[in-house]
Design a protein around this ligand. Structure first.
Ligand SMILES: [Zn+2]
Ligand SMILES: [Zn+2]
Length: 737
């Protein structure tokens, strides 16, 4: 059904006319001072309550009575019209089982066997003799077409959108010059998957390349407030632009509190629109090239957490016999009569005659890869099963439960290779959970094996408490450019410890804070993981570094079973999917470029920002939807008329030294500082060879407190630091030049 979608069926005739006839702007709203003032206030007061806007307007009107400053509702309406962004609402089951879309579009009750809840408000339906059909619950979709059009409406933004093609040309030249081997991976575009799609003609110059990212979010910590959001990320923009909140295209908001049962029915409106755009082509006014272009949207990757991924890829999920989320087909092992399979390579003792897991050890150096051809064959087998029994057997063997909705998307990498792993959940959140389960000997991992003999179970009692304090104390040595430091894990690890805290704690501080704590060989084993993950997390990865990371990761996985499991059938559950997922990281980097660029961190930030704008806890879902809608409008608006984006001025009193260096206060300007002989010599050395260096006074200087580097890090001078240094002040002298 997704494949058959058409644009005519998705828009009103007026909307369709606008969509299909893109033109340059006739006027710039920034030229109308009152409109500009109103919109600017609306944008600036985004995170504030609505009455803040009204108050600012009142104040202005008091000073300038009778001026046409827009009311909140007026400015909202103008934004919607100017941005051209369309919002769709579709009905859904009140308990979240399905959305009344696609195959369910005509139903009046939820088809879920345990549900049957009516779609419409029954009282209103009865009172109106069946005429008034008011849905009991709706979810929202922001179709991607108009949002993409907005991105090429201004010359500035359209120029930024041409990054992808410029970079592609460079990469292809390099590739042809070096015999097909890339030396450095510094963008998703430098990955094998994208470049091959360009070379085989699937992606062209004017096309638009997107990633879709979906995740669940809890809006308030202590309140049932789960919801699901999906966004589109534009790969046409450079990596320094594309993850900014302004350049994110909201896709849809699905209210909770129950997890969406049939997630595909919720994605249906957004994806069938994408499918229609792919078939019909999207006409776009490109203000940089000054012409209308036909842009075909290519969906490169789909990102989700493990649970969401199983749902949208149609796989059996991480408990299955073939439970790898990349559908590589590795066969796992289950405990006797257990339904949960683990991707253990080594055959546990006594498993020689195991009914489902007797297969011999799997060689870590010859693990399977996901194969689109195998996937097609397996899927065909599963869906052509004649009986329920046959279906269950084939599903078990293939690891696939059903076709994926993405099968209906004509222009994508193809299944299952469009589904990416996730560098935030797997090696960070899930791996931390596994390692701390082991090191703290938590009850859920202990049973039925006794923990008294576990040499690695070091984080218990007083040791754990002391260790927690050590981690909290590291904070002051982390430069502020690292963001917030991780909190005391002993106190906070089980109550909302964040993904980035685990990242810093485990992979940043880990080798230091576990030194002399984790016994050998467990410590060295852990350090292998840290070294490899640090490479994988690099913004730019060299080919040789990737080879090293691959070697370390494979060794780590093999040794994990050797060191921790020891072929003990009672420890089979140590080998979670996050262990196996590491074996894919290096190959996936080759395929998709640095994996941090396709991780769920962007989604995490979007959720954080939207959540921070919520004002009324009474109705979080409607509020969240309204925030996402404002985001879609404002983002499109700013893309079309970039002058609405406030440029951050350099701080007052700062001096731009050029080359990305900025001197920042405080400045010692009451009287100049008399340099010491050593300082004088250092200045001499520094100045020698520089033009006009004789003009520089080496004896008397004015000292500055801080210097902003081209990396945006702030270096602080020792002079000022010594004055302000308290015990817990963060040190900012460690910077990377
Ligand atoms: Zn239902
Ligand atoms: Zn796998």
């Amino acid at each position: 059904m997704v494949r058959e979608a058409t644009l005519v069926s998705q828009f009103s005739p007026e909307e369709l006319a606008v969509l299909q006839d893109p033109r340059p702007h006739e006027f710039n709203p920034a030229d109308d001072p009152y409109l500009k003032y109103s919109i600017q206030n609306f944008i600036d007061l985004l995170g504030c309550a609505q009455d803040r806007y009204a108050a600012v307007r009142e104040n202005y009107l008091e000073l300038h009575p009778g001026t046409p400053v827009l009311s909140y509702d007026q400015v909202k309406r103008r934004l919607r019209n100017l941005s051209g962004i369309v919002t769709w609402e579709d009905d859904m089951c009140v308990d979240g089982h399905i959305a009344f879309t696609g195959p369910y579009a005509k139903l009046e009750r939820c088809p879920h066997p345990d549900c049957g809840e009516p779609r419409y408000d029954q009282k209103k339906l009865e009172a109106s003799d069946g005429l008034l059909k008011v849905p009991r619950k709706v979810f929202t979709t922001f179709p991607v077409g108009p949002q993409v059009q907005a991105r090429r409406q201004s010359p500035e933004m359209a120029e930024k959108m041409s990054y992808r093609w410029r970079k592609t040309q460079e990469l292809l030249q390099e590739r042809n010059g070096s015999g097909g081997v890339s030396d450095v991976y510094d963008d998703i575009l430098s990955g094998e998957a994208y470049l091959t799609a360009v070379e085989d003609g699937s992606i062209g110059e004017h096309d638009t390349v997107l990633m879709l990212s979906i995740d669940g979010a809890q809006l308030y910590q202590n309140k049932q407030s789960d919801c699901w959001i999906y966004i589109w990320i534009l790969l046409d923009l450079g990596p320094d632009e594309r993850y900014k909140i302004r350049n994110i295209l909201p896709g849809g908001v699905i209210p909770g509190p129950n997890a969406p049962g049939n997630i595909e029915s919720f994605l249906f409106p957004g994806l069938s629109h994408l499918s229609a755009l792919q078939k019909e082509g999207l006409r776009v006014w490109d203000a940089y090239h000054r012409k209308v272009i036909i842009s075909v949207i290519f969906l490169l990757l789909v990102l989700a957490d493990a649970v969401g991924m199983a749902e949208i890829s149609g796989s059996v999920g991480h408990h299955g016999r073939k439970g790898c989320r990349l559908l590589c087909g590795l066969v796992g092992r289950n405990k006797e009569r257990g339904s949960h399979y683990y991707p253990a390579l080594q055959r546990p003792f006594g498993f020689e005659t195991h009914r489902t897991s007797s297969h011999p050890d799997v060689d870590i150096n010859s693990l399977p890869d996901a194969s689109p051809a195998q996937y097609r064959q397996d899927l065909f087998d599963v869906i052509t099963s004649r009986t329920k029994r046959e279906y269950e057997r084939r599903r078990f063997n293939a690891g696939i439960a059903k076709p994926s909705i993405f099968d209906g998307i004509p222009r994508t990498l193809g299944l299952p290779t469009c589904f990416a792993g996730d560098l935030m959940h797997q090696p960070v959140i899930n791996m931390a959970s596994l390692l701390f389960d082991l090191w703290c000997a938590r009850p859920k991992i202990r049973s039925p094996d006794s923990s008294s003999s576990w040499p690695w179970a070091i984080l218990t009692g007083d040791v754990w408490e002391t260790h927690g304090k050590v981690v909290a104390n590291v904070a002051k040595y982390l430069p502020t450019s690292f963001g917030r430091p991780p909190r005391n894990p002993q106190e906070k690890i089980s109550s909302g410890y964040k993904a980035w805290e685990f990242l810093y704690y485990l992979y940043g501080e880990g080798p230091g804070v576990f030194y002399n704590l984790l016994p050998q060989p467990y410590y060295s084993h852990f350090c292998k993981l840290v070294r490899a993950i640090r490479i994988i997390y690099q913004r730019s990865v060299l080919g040789e570094q990737l080879l090293l990371a691959n070697k370390l990761l494979l060794e780590w996985c093999f040794e994990f079973e050797e060191l921790y499991c020891k072929r003990n059938p009672d420890r089979l559950h140590f080998v979670r999917q996050c262990v196996h997922s590491l074996t894919h990281l290096a190959k996936e980097t080759h395929r998709l470029g640095p994996l941090s660029l396709s991780a769920q961190w962007t989604m995490e930030r979007v959720i954080g920002i939207l959540g921070s704008h919520l004002r009324q806890p009474s109705n979080p879902y409607a509020n969240l939807t309204a925030q996402a809608q404002k985001m879609a409008h404002i983002n499109a608006m700013v893309a079309m008329w970039p002058s609405f984006e406030r440029k951050k001025d350099d701080p007052r009193g700062s001096i731009d030294l050029g080359g990305g260096y900025l001197l920042l206060g405080p400045k010692e300007d009451s009287y100049p500082h008399r340099t010491t002989p050593t300082e004088e010599r250092a200045l001499d050395v520094f100045c020698s060879g520089h033009q006009d260096s004789d003009d520089v006074d080496r004896k008397f200087i004015h000292r500055w407190g801080r210097l902003r580097l081209p990396t945006e890090q702030i270096a602080r001078s020792r002079w000022k630091e010594l004055e302000r240094c308290s015990d817990m002040a963060r040190t900012d002298r460690n910077v990377k030049v």
